[in-house]
Design a protein around this ligand. Structure first.
Ligand code: AP5
Length: 215
């Protein structure tokens, strides 16, 4: 089963993908995290992606599509996966459809997590991440038990550079301009299911799980 978790920056895609991955056994693939890791490791891909990432812009399609298809070709994705942060342009969506079609597969569902803009900014500005295990927290909405420390692995938490207000606002603009048009693309294919993301993490997870499990 191939499921896309779709939504604006801060909508809760990563938070929900982690929960769904645990409940369904599907692999969670997040292009944002693949880029952050490449940038940390200073790989060739990381060096090419960094200027775009730092400005809150999309990394060019050619690089992003190649990275994602390479990841999808790995054995753990043979049964499907949960895609978080991909696709974000029409070109990425069609490349994904074509690659899956070549193997007789297709996207099954697109869960569109809807959250109002002012709430998105509140979520991004208070987010803390664990570099070690990828867990996500919010200083008010989902605080760790001990400030600055990950509940799961105990590592130190950090705030993403691209969550600073100016860059976060730019990411939201980029989303409206380049990514939101995909809502119509998937709606036209009958794959889009809208979920109210302005509820508790648990309620959103329950509604998304119902979407994924609906045959
Ligand atoms: P990426 O890492 O994908 O960032 P994003 O899409 O902007 O999404 P976020 O990770 O910011 O938000 P999220 O929806 O996962 O929310 P989260 O669960 O963390 O991309 C970063 C960059 O990489 C891009 O700008 C671009 O440069 C590049 N990139 C990545 N993919 C690309 C692509 N396909 N093409 C080109 N470039 C690409 O939650 C947010 C906060 O809210 C957390 O603090 C959380 O605790 C809290 N929260 C979550 N749910 C709730 C809730 N229900 N109630 C209250 N708080 C909640």
């Amino acid at each position: 089963m191939y499921v896309i978790l779709f939504g604006a920056p801060g909508a809760g895609k990563g938070t929900q993908a982690a929960i769904l991955a645990e409940k369904t056994g599907l692999v969670h693939i997040t292009t944002g995290e693949l880029f952050r890791e490449a940038i940390r490791q200073e790989t060739e891909l990381g060096k090419q992606a960094k200027p775009y990432y730092d400005r809150g812009q999309l990394v060019p399609d050619q690089l992003t599509i190649a990275m994602l298809l390479e990841r999808l070709s790995q054995g753990d994705c043979a049964r499907g996966c949960l895609l978080d942060g991909f696709p974000r342009t029409l070109e990425q969506a069609t490349a994904l459809d074509e690659a899956l079609a070549q193997e007789g597969k297709a996207i099954d569902k697109v869960g569109y997590i809807q959250v109002p803009q002012d709430e998105l900014l509140r979520r991004l500005s208070g987010r803390w991440n664990c570099r070690q295990c990828g867990s996500v927290y919010h200083e008010r909405f989902q605080p760790p038990r001990q400030a600055g420390r990950c509940d799961q692995c105990g590592d130190e938490l950090y705030q993403r550079e691209d969550d600073k207000p100016e860059t976060a606002r730019r990411r939201l603009e980029v989303y409206s301009r380049q990514t939101a048009p995909l809502i119509d693309y998937y709606r036209a294919k009958g794959k889009l299911v809208e979920v109210d993301g302005d509820k508790s993490v648990e309620e959103v997870a329950e509604n998304l799980l119902a979407v994924v499990e609906d045959p």
